[in-house]
Design a binder for this molecule. Sequence first.
Ligand code: ACM
Length: 542
Amino acid sequence: MSDPLTNLIPRPSAAVPAEGGFRLDPATPLDAAPALAGVAAWLRGTLGPATGCHLPPGPGGIRLRVDDELAAEEYELVIGDTGIDLRGGSAAGVRHGAQTLRQLLPPATLRRSRLPGGPWRVPAGRIRDAPRFAWRGVMLDVARHFMPVADVLRLVDLIAFHKLNVLHLHLTDDQGWRLDVPGWPRLTSVGAWRPSTMLGARQHERYDGRPHGGHYSDDDLREIVAYAAERHITVVPEVDMPGHMQAAVAAYPELGNGWSGPVRTSWGISAHVLNPGPVALDFCRAVLDHLCDLFPGELIGIGGDECPPDEWRDNPVAQARIQEVGLAGPERLQSWFTARMAEHLARRGRRVFGWDEILAGGAPSGAVIAAWRGPGPAAHAARAGHSVVSCPDTAVYLDYRQSDDPAEPTPVGTRLTLADVHAFDPIPPGLTDAEAALVLGGQANLWTEHMESARRVDYQAFPRLCAFAEAVWGPAGRDFADFSARLPLHLERLDALGVNYRPVTGPRPWDSRPDAPGNPRTLNDRLSELTEMTADLSQAPA
Ligand code: ACM
């Protein structure tokens, strides 16, 4: 079994064990520099209830400091018999060190109330640790299934526990619109609701017959942003445009191309996209303005994936726009539209974050690309000079099935085991050093067509998200056997945190979903499909 000082996930970069250890007791003081008051308050709140050690302020005991010699997210944790010294390059680095400290204590200390046990002992030694990538993201789709705020905050805590630092919120899609936009009340009174939901993969054409919906108020979103920021996580919002817009068009048919109808109840890509006329463009600008007001981060997501141009072929509004701006045809409308949104965001000092489809026809300069259509687009984006977040579906789509076990709930996508996720490298092969430097990191995506509750999200995310955390934090060339040896203790931590993870032996009976059958794919089939889907990128001007 690994040394207690490295029996952590993600594994720290360097650790030197020593004899002895530090005993945490109710009198142990916490001495935090003023700039670290937030980390100190959080640490008291997280360790106090389960240990009975409330860390009163005072010298000695646990000491938290910022050290300019360290990189912003780097930390050094020195544990001796008489005290713990934690230094970080910034408050974020100190927080990562504090998460390490939580993992060095027994799993029972992660619970929310006191159990018999203790004394609580931290093994002695020195850990020096820093992430390999600056973007260690998780995308949560709250459009296909709405997730209540409390569940989002819980996920934020779990993300922070694994030293991940970006939460990409996919806020709108064909099946639901999840935020208020001033002046457009029907987006939520109509667009946030659907009368029924498809059960399982679309080939089976089953429905549950139950209404589903919900949306976040401005204060809900502000709370999520603030809660995440307190944990050094940036929330990147996304409103998908100009496709994946059926919920908005259901609410306001004037935004569409002559279609009117309900919020979509089935999965798959809707043909009902925005028109490129002045009203729809003003609408999108109003949406982006509101996102800028609520989300302080530099990047604002405009989606841009899977936008079929078919409705634009016959719509006079689209044809007029094509004439007006001199485009070769409807296929070029999306890149024209994306450029307008990028200009608008630039006026607010923000940048576009979009799926790799926005590379077709040339993405706006400064756009950050979320490269998802298999392994190819990340390299394409970097070669075109764009910063890129690698999230290839065949490596990190956590909605994809975890094994070939027929009891796997709603098995969709290609098989993506824990080992596959652990082996993920955000940097695609064949890049120059300068191109590789444009890869900001990686992101695991949680599309929730088949995850209607936090419990189902837990099942799909864990423990694969633990493996993902190691893939984006740790060095290239990791050892899965070593990870597997550390996993049993980590699963005890997840038990203490109340996570419904998938056991390594397979799904528990209550995780199976015989009512919601899937549609498993082979990797070869998916790779051929992706080659066809991304053929447009080879024509895109670099
Ligand atoms: C995507 O998976 N449609 C970005």
